[in-house]
Design a protein around this ligand. Sequence first.
Ligand code: ARG
Length: 661
Amino acid sequence: NIVNQLAQKVEGLTLDGLAQKYPTAHPEINPLDLYRAHLSDVLSKISGVETSIIYPVVMWTQSLDKGDFVVAVPALRIKGKKADVLAQEWAEKFPEDDPLFDKPVLSGHFMSFFVKGEPLTESIIPLVRKAGTDFGKNRFNGLRDPKDLSSGKKRIIVEFSSPNVAKPFHAGHLRSTIIGSFIANLYEANGWDVVRMNYLGDWGKQYGLLALSYERNGNEEELNKNPIDHLFKLYVQINAEMSAEKEAIEEQKKEGKDVSALEANSLDEQARQYFRRMTDRDEAVLAQWQRFRDLSIARYKGKWASFANGVGLFLHHFNFHLPHIHPQTYSRLNIQFDEFSGESQVSEESMSKVADEMKEKNISREDKGAVLVDFTQLLPGKEGKRLGTTVLRKRDGTALYLTRDVCELLGRYEKYNFDHMIYVVASQQDLHLKQLFQIIELLGYKDIAKKCQHINFGLVLGMSTRKGTVKFLDDILKDCADHMHETMKKNEEKYAQVENPDATADTLGISSVMVQDMSGKRINNYTFNMEAMTSFEGDTGPYLQYAHARLCSIKRRANLTDEDLDSANLSLLKEDHAVNIVRMLSQWPDVLQNTLKTLEPTTVLTYLFKMTHVISSSYDHLQVVGSERELMKSRMALYDAARSTLANGMRILGLTPLERM
Ligand code: ARG
């Protein structure tokens, strides 16, 4: 046992004893837990402060030059002496010959601790090799009882992407897709049972609009021949007509004319009425809907079978063209949904049940035939004001977005009995989700409301185009891929060795988009910048891929076997550059666990870039190919551990690590 060997270096330390004293520590997964525990033991002996107080304030550092851990003495809350005086006293008493740490470095009341290279190197590299793709994952974090492996996993629903069918898939959906998939991967790596859910906006006036278009301009023969293309054409056509009509009405309004007759007869109004017939379960209308669906199924069955999921199947065909996302886009992005739910799946029955409940509990009230929730009356003070008043059901009886969400949420709880649920939705919908969670609470389901969380994000600027020229997501990805393909071709020799240049360029393009998206905090807006994100300079997707591919290339050239690497003499890795790489790698389990608190992709990304910088600055100092054989083996073992940790991090982010490019 690798970690046992590490424990044996410390007199009196056993893994069992450590587990008793530090129940949250899991050194077999995260060796740094052993370091923290040992440090707490030593500091406790010196200071007399209890280990349970020290352990939680042993913090990680921003960069390697600041040490591996730092303790702010004031955090220990000792009365009497000044913190910097205490720090000095304790530093003096810190044993010279500690097996794991050098003597602390002081800066005011901060004590910085640097690990000794050799013991860390000899535990981390073998651990990374043994754990492989599991290195860093923590199966304890997601347990119902973190001390009991048989207690079962907690369950989380991550709802993300959720585009609107028959409307464009816009940048907001792209961000939701990227961030949501990352959050799902993160929880999975931390031992949760994850349900990935796509809640399609698949019900509403836009369907009425489509059907209307078919009534006006549809062609039976064309529909049979190629339903998807034909329906798409119809959709585009009616949207154009509707925009023109709206403009005309606006003109007349400006001229002071009465437009009520025009409005009552408008395409928009007709679509609304058509949709009303759908919600009323008008048979003829639903049969039409069914027909579009069946035709699409027949046409695409083989191809999309894996996405089939009840009504969902049809919707995905719309998805294919109408919201400008190809179902395969999800697999290009390494995403697989467990469930495609959608607004159309919320039954009228469940909605009227909830409506009754809300009336009974005096949450909603009627106003001229519409049903409202007035938070300003329900909640005192600021909170009520912030949430305002909202409509649940329109005067014509159609239930709205919010009502569907209320029912859907309760339905999901019934079906999955989740411990937590995350909605990954743009910050434009902050109010909507606050209202949703508040209604759930007002209904008396406080416990369920507490389990729900909105993860929001800012806008992508420079991507929304003037009307009529919606950018297709697949086109954007393709543009980036083409751009990367051109760049790859510039190095003819390398290019010739890439097995599948198209796929590689595609992956690079996707990496560019994703890394740019994940570079800042979620809430920040950012500007879509093709030049910047496809560059190899700076912290970009292509740079990250290059860093990985370079490690792969060293491995190919070194041409050593697994046994060679397993038997490498790791005590040869004495250089600071080597130890620094190991120190970076050792942080990965901490990073992965800490990211659960931030839920920010940038927490992982920043770590990966720091790691690649430490690696790239080592190349001149730690030659592999050309070095003496034993040295070559040990250095290769080091770089291979780095490669595998980098790849693990990239996969959490949803990137596909490339071996050649
Ligand atoms: N389809 C919605 C939109 O595009 C997003 C859905 C968010 N999820 C939810 N449960 N409301 O705006």
